[in-house]
Design a protein around this ligand. Structure first.
Ligand code: NAD
Length: 368
């Protein structure tokens, strides 16, 4: 309440009573970087209320020049999970908006992917080109209980997503003989290719790195398409594993596939493009769900005793069911899958919240 009351006046450090200064950090940054109309009362609380955020923490360490913001969106399903993004934000307001957006995205990703974690994120205000190097952060190796190669788990999840879509469209999840256009043969794309080829799919690949494309095509005995045409091949599945914004005004009319399912982040240029795919009858798997395999695998290393490969892959394989559920909601409500994914996440959070409140109600009545 105190913070909220203070934020109702323009921030001026001198006007804030000394005794409440430690509490005011959240308020100072509220106004920094905001101009004109944006100088709204209780700006941060308004933002937090919009999507019901739980906490925001502001961190600074002046000897290191560290400025970081941690946002916790929702912990109904479990502790907040999320990574760290370093970016040279133009203003602190931009950093706040970004961390809130990303933290909420993690809540939805964990919930729809079936993880028992909530959503959070940390942004560090800095330039990754200059400020990222540190000898103090290491990845714990798999042999010591750390996670394994996240891109392999991501690829495994993508293949589960493809299988789930094949079942919906063709009545069987079998990959044998299915045609797939795979865009990007980097870390995830190469693992995906291996899984697909081993399962008998007929894959065409494309990558801007032509030398690598030739080597990979020779190794897996696949054909190659140009980077301009890969999305428009007549195939069962278009699998984008390279870059974002591949589903846009120009590419969607050119698609000749029944399914779009791949790891690339932010495939839809805009939500409107999700609507367009739905209208065209092309089954699109929301990228942030189908590419959650790496996250699920990483989260497994938080279990007591550390990472267990088999358990992690079992969790990733359940993405098959998550996609199945999204498709069911999409069909029932005749809505695009990207909206169905949000509904699935919200339904899961609401049902756990209800169970928790029932449990705490029972607890209280026992105490009386
Ligand atoms: P990567 O950098 O290893 O591979 C990307 C590949 O795409 C490269 O080989 C690059 O040459 C190629 N490429 C770039 N532009 C292209 C174009 N126009 N046409 C064809 N190929 C092009 O990245 P990655 O780790 O394999 O990730 C691929 C995508 O999946 C990214 O969008 C990433 O954000 C997303 N993703 C990855 C993970 C993971 O575990 N690595 C997890 C979630 C999401």
């Amino acid at each position: 309440m105190v913070l909220r009351a203070i934020s109702r006046r323009p921030v001026n450090q001198e006007t804030i009573p000394q005794e409440v200064k430690p509490c005011c950090i959240q308020v100072f940054v509220t106004y920094d970087g905001l101009e004109g109309e944006n100088q709204l009362d209780s700006y941060i609380f308004d933002l937090m209320e919009t999507h019901d955020y739980e906490n925001i923490f502001f961190c600074q360490e002046k000897t290191l020049g560290l400025k970081a913001i941690i946002a916790i969106h929702d912990t109904t399903l479990g502790p907040a999970a999320g990574g760290i993004r370093m970016w040279p934000y133009e203003s602190e307001a931009d950093a706040i908006k970004d961390v809130l957006r990303l933290a909420r995205g993690m809540t939805y990703k964990c919930a729809a992917a079936g993880a028992s974690y909530g959503g959070g994120k940390c942004v560090v205000i800095g330039d990754p080109k200059h400020d990222k190097e540190t000898p103090y952060v290491v990845t714990v190796p798999e042999a010591w209980g750390g996670p394994s190669d996240g891109s392999q788990a991501t690829a495994y999840g993508v293949v589960q997503g493809i299988r789930s879509c094949l079942k919906e469209v063709y009545g069987s999840p079998d990959l044998q003989g299915r045609t797939i256009a795979l865009q990007g043969i980097g870390a995830v794309g190469t693992h995906t290719l291996k899984y697909l080829v081993e399962a008998g799919a007929i894959v065409t690949i494309s990558d801007i790195d032509q030398e690598r494309t030739r080597l990979v095509a020779a190794k897996y005995n696949t054909s190659i398409a140009s980077t301009e045409e890969i999305h428009s091949l007549r195939v069962d599945v278009y699998c984008p594993c390279a870059l974002g914004n591949v589903l846009n005004d120009q590419t969607i009319p050119e698609l000749r596939c029944k399914i779009v399912c791949g790891s690339a982040n932010n495939q839809l240029g805009d939500n409107l493009h999700g609507d367009l795919l739905h209208a065209r009858g092309i089954l699109y798997t929301p990228d942030y769900i189908v590419n959650a395999g790496g996250l699920l695998s990483n989260l497994d290393s938080l279990n007591p005793g550390g990472f267990n490969h088999q358990r992690a892959m079992e969790q990733v394989s359940r993405l098959y069911n998550s996609i199945e559920n999204i498709i069911a909601i999409s069909k029932e409500q005749n809505i695009p899958t990207y909206r169905a994914a949000d509904i699935l996440a919200e339904q899961r959070i609401a049902s756990i919240r209800q169970l928790k409140s029932l449990a705490s109600g029972n607890e209280k009545s026992r105490e009386k």
